[in-house]
Design a protein around this ligand. Structure first.
Ligand code: B12
Length: 445
């Protein structure tokens, strides 16, 4: 069987960047770089077949003159002649996923089209589209294997558990999975990053010495922040990988910079402590980037010291807000009190900190002034100021659904206001843009 796994391109919508003062725009995220770990995992599940992973994000970075998505996909289909085409989607990339599958069907309707990823897991109802043959929620390596087997032997997909099949009556679920797929544990699939060789140089942050790859040590998150999609994706569960499997993967990774793709890397303190004892023992020398909560860091200074000694160079910390009332509203289960100490701890350990604040659309000029004052007194190496966005499927989405004024999913990437703003919208974007200047470092990540 020929299987083509196509990664979606980025959504170009970025209101903050559009209206930010010129001097701030250098610092504002234009793109996040990184390989599609989900598609690599699926490729590993069916590796005995003829599998091609195509990263359109990497392709547009490699060659900005690459033709528009539909032409690019058309060329891919004509070149590879796949039996099955899969794509992966987060909310802001959902439309592009559909475009990939639509184009596929317009060339050859016999190709089986499959969509999956976080947005499908949280909003399966959106997949009721003629271009989608099958939609699958959650980690779906097992179902993909079954689909390939069925297609190869000419059997119907009906007997496959845990998938949604598109019928003239809409999406119909098959029987639920009889066994849980343990994607972090016994069913973990080691990925083959050489499939992304063509785009490796594009996985490089500006000014970084070499490209970055992603690895996950855990899936899910035990915290339940109201705006976050991840704990909803995993229904509040949290799964850890086996430490020796992480060590084996790290030893085989031919990248010097490794970004932990965990929602929150330090949940189980002794797990990460043991992992770094093994990294030290094995003499693995890499630079690491992690997401760590401010309260966790402050509560575990010895661990932060140990991580720094063994290569932790950049930490991304969701400060969210300096106002206790806002943190409570977001169900962050932390206090702004930790921000100051976390900044000191990371900086004392030579770790470059990226502190992220979320800006509600209700902010007035006075709120922006207060935010700027606080951030100015608590400067970090890199700072991010994104917009509090009701991602579909989150608790926050349900709270404010009736107030949303823009349902265009391409704008659901934290850089656009989809709720009414108290300030005129362009003024709001400009104010958020200005905040990006408040930081210590002169670089971007
Ligand atoms: C790696 C990552 C990326 C990578 C790669 C993503 C890609 N496909 O290109 C990069 C760096 C490009 C990226 C970018 C962005 N990201 Co991101 N990213 C992640 C991260 C850290 C890990 C995801 C991951 O690798 N998980 C592990 C893999 C193995 O799981 P998986 O991808 O879910 O895949 C499995 C299943 O979902 C399923 N599956 C997935 N796809 C498919 C397809 C088919 C056909 C099937 C059958 C199954 C299937 O099977 C897979 C294997 O088991 C998550 C946070 C997190 N910890 O989850 C955020 C996250 C997914 N990102 C997010 C966001 C918002 C973004 C950005 C929009 C951020 C921004 N403001 O710029 C950008 C988008 C592009 C841009 N503007 O640059 C949000 C998504 C929220 C939402 N509701 O949409 C998350 C959840 C972070 C967050 N805290 O909110 N991201």
């Amino acid at each position: 069987m020929k299987i083509l796994l196509i990664n979606t391109p980025r959504s170009p919508f970025n209101g903050i960047l559009e209206y930010a003062p010129k001097e701030a725009s250098y610092f504002i995220h234009k793109k996040l770089i990184g390989p599609p770990l989900g598609l690599l995992t699926l490729a590993a599940a069916v590796k005995e077949h003829d599998v091609v992973v195509f990263d359109t994000k990497g392709e547009y970075d490699l060659n900005p003159d690459t033709p528009p998505l539909s032409t690019l996909v058309e060329n891919l289909i004509r070149t590879h002649k796949p039996d099955i085409v899969c794509t992966t989607v987060i909310s802001s990339e959902f439309y592009y996923g559909l475009e990939i599958l639509k184009t596929t069907k317009s060339i050859n309707s016999d190709i089986t089209t499959i969509i999956g990823g976080l947005h499908v897991t949280l909003c399966i109802e959106n997949c009721n589209d003629p271009s989608v043959d099958i939609a699958i929620r959650g980690h779906a390596a097992h179902q993909l294997r079954e689909i390939v087997k069925a297609k190869e032997s000419g059997h119907s997909f009906q007997a496959i558990e845990g998938i949604y099949i598109n019928t003239p009556k809409g999406l119909i679920p098959t029987k639920p999975m009889s066994k849980l797929w343990d994607a972090a544990g016994k069913d973990f699939l080691m990925v083959d990053r050489s499939q992304l060789k063509r785009w490796k140089e594009t996985y490089k942050v500006p000014n970084a010495p070499s490209p970055t790859t992603y690895i996950f040590t855990s899936l899910g998150c035990p915290y339940q922040c109201s705006f976050c999609s991840i704990w909803r994706e995993y229904c509040g569960s949290y799964y850890k990988r086996n430490i020796e499997s992480i060590i084996e993967e790290l030893k085989n990774i031919d990248y010097d910079i490794v970004r932990f793709a965990d929602a929150n890397t330090i949940v189980d303190v002794s797990f990460i402590d043991n992992l770094f004892t093994r990294i030290e023992e094995e003499g693995i020398k890499k630079e690491y980037i992690m997401d760590i909560r401010a309260d966790t860091a402050v509560g575990n200074p010895k661990l932060i010291e140990k991580l720094a000694r063994n290569g932790l160079k950049v930490v991304i910390c969701g400060f969210e807000s300096y106002k206790e009332a806002e943190l409570e509203k977001y169900n962050k289960k932390s206090s702004a009190f930790y921000i100051e100490n976390a900044i000191k701890l990371f900086h004392d350990n030579g770790i470059m900190l990226r502190g992220n604040y979320v800006i509600p659309t209700s902010y007035t000029h006075a709120d922006f002034r207060a935010m700027a004052d606080y951030a100015g007194q608590h400067k970090v190496a890199y700072a991010g100021y994104t917009i509090l966005t009701p991602m579909p499927g989150t608790v926050y989405y349900n709270e404010v659904k009736s107030e949303i004024i823009d349902f265009d999913l391409r704008k659901y990437n934290f850089f656009n206001a989809v709720l009414p703003t108290s300030l005129p919208i362009q003024e709001f974007y400009k104010e958020v843009g200005k905040l990006w200047l408040i930081k210590k470092g002169k670089d971007v990540i």
